[in-house]
Design a protein around this ligand. Structure first.
Ligand SMILES: [Zn+2]
Length: 426
């Protein structure tokens, strides 16, 4: 395969340069990811775009890089809130209390254990899962991102299926349950070329390679578990097509436990609504949705019948405007769709104009309609009526709707519209 540096820019598994005169900070996490406490000498107290920073001669703090977030913890009694590395390999510890430091001072560093374990589990889990996808379906991993809630890998897979996801997940967890050793190797380029590396190294010179016994060899600069059992459960949360690849979202270890608890809590809460067992809730929810659709349909049918009857009653007492009738009504808090349906029923039954409104404390809404055989322009009438309500509206010549905030003016607006119809009919 050819190495595409652009597509690997978010991958923590870039092998980093580990020696050389331009790299002043010794990286203790390279040789021991379980080292949580260390002593070091302050080299520099400086300011950086990210805040006041301390440089020491050696550190166990992992700096943000390749999609994996930095460690946090304490350094010389100060709180380390950010850690980053410059192009020369110098590592900066951004601290909240820079005044505690002077050059040549000996300080103790303590890494936040929970955060280190979390990152180590997600990152080591990614090695296992990436190799599992290679073995299950030949899909290479092209990028990795360790997020605050979940992590993702983008793999070269065109057609993801549930079966492939479950097969890769099964294989990855089998490797976890076998508790295989994970080893760090420092090799030169010639030695690296003889190893079955899952991907090529991005750097020249000495290369750091992570081995999962009899399973995976990858050049990588991140923090790792000592054995695969430390990763804990590897759970694929979702997958989706992304840029001709497949983005696989997953959680490992402590996150997988939290994810299980949340998913279980949600499923149990849904089941309780149905007074049923957890795992029967999908069928019950599906049934409830079907039932709801059927009920909505039946309600609509009954509403049509009720509207027809109501339209008939209103026409029976309506004023005649020559060879057609005029029906007017103002409802309090009635559903606008229902008012619109009523207007349609009225004008369909016999030649008529319907001037209807519904109002609440905040606004009034108008629906004006007329029979197809008539010629009055409802759109124009309604626009004029809405002006009186301080709002706007419009529509077609035979049906229009709108409204405005002056709900107390609604009777006046309808009366004015009615007068216009009568006068224009004369
Ligand atoms: Zn790694």
């Amino acid at each position: 395969m050819t190495f595409d540096s652009a597509s690997y820019q978010h991958c923590v598994c870039l092998a980093r340069r580990i020696t050389g005169p331009m790299e002043p900070t010794e990286k203790l996490y390279f040789s021991d990811s379980s080292l949580l406490e260390f002593s070091a000498t302050v080299v520099e107290v400086t300011t950086s775009p990210r805040g006041d920073s301390i440089v020491v001669d050696r550190t166990a703090f992992y700096p943000t890089g390749g999609g994996q977030p930095h460690d946090t913890g304490q350094l010389g009694g100060a709180t380390v809130v950010d850690v980053f590395e410059d192009d020369a390999g110098k590592i900066y510890h951004v601290v909240e209390q820079p005044d505690l430091f002077t050059p040549a001072q000996i300080v103790t560093g303590r890494i936040d254990r929970a955060r280190r374990l979390d990152h180590l589990q997600q990152h080591s889990g990614q090695h296992v899962l990436s190799q599992a996808f290679v073995q299950i379906c030949g899909a290479e991993t092209r990028s990795f991102h360790l997020g605050s809630q979940t992590s993702t890998i983008d793999i070269e897979l065109q057609s993801p299926t549930e079966e492939l996801m479950r097969a890769a997940e099964d294989l990855a967890n089998a490797i976890v349950f076998e508790d295989r050793p994970m080893r760090v190797h420092l090799v030169n380029e010639e030695e690296a070329s003889r190893l079955p590396l899952r991907k090529e190294s991005a750097v020249r010179g000495d290369i750091r390679v992570i081995e999962i016994e009899n399973f995976d060899w990858s050049p990588c600069g991140g923090t790792h578990a000592r054995r695969t059992g430390q990763i804990g459960l590897i759970a694929i949360r979702s997958c989706e097509r992304a840029k001709k690849m497949t983005r696989v979202e997953f959680v490992c270890g402590v996150r997988a436990l939290a994810e299980y608890r949340l998913a279980n809590k949600t499923a149990v809460a849904v089941a309780r609504l149905f007074s049923s067992e957890r795992d029967s809730s999908p069928a019950l929810v599906a049934h409830a949705i079907q039932e709801s659709k059927a009920l909505h349909k039946r309600v609509r049918e009954l509403l049509e019948l009720a509207m027809s009857a109501e339209a008939s009653d209103m026409l029976a007492v309506a004023a005649a405007g020559g060879d057609f009738k005029i029906v007017q009504a103002v409802f309090d808090g009635r559903d606008l769709d229902e008012v619109r349906m009523l207007a349609s029923k009225i004008v369909q039954r016999e030649p008529s104009v319907a001037l209807l409104a519904t109002r609440n404390a905040e606004a009034a809404r108008l629906v004006f309609a007329r029979s197809a055989s008539l010629t009055q322009n409802m759109g124009q009438l309604l626009a004029e009526a809405c002006e009186a309500l301080g709002g706007r509206g419009g529509g077609k010549p035979d049906l229009a709707q709108g409204g405005g905030p002056n709900a107390d003016k609604v009777e006046d607006a309808i009366r004015a519209a009615l007068n216009k119809i009568v006068s224009r009919a004369d």
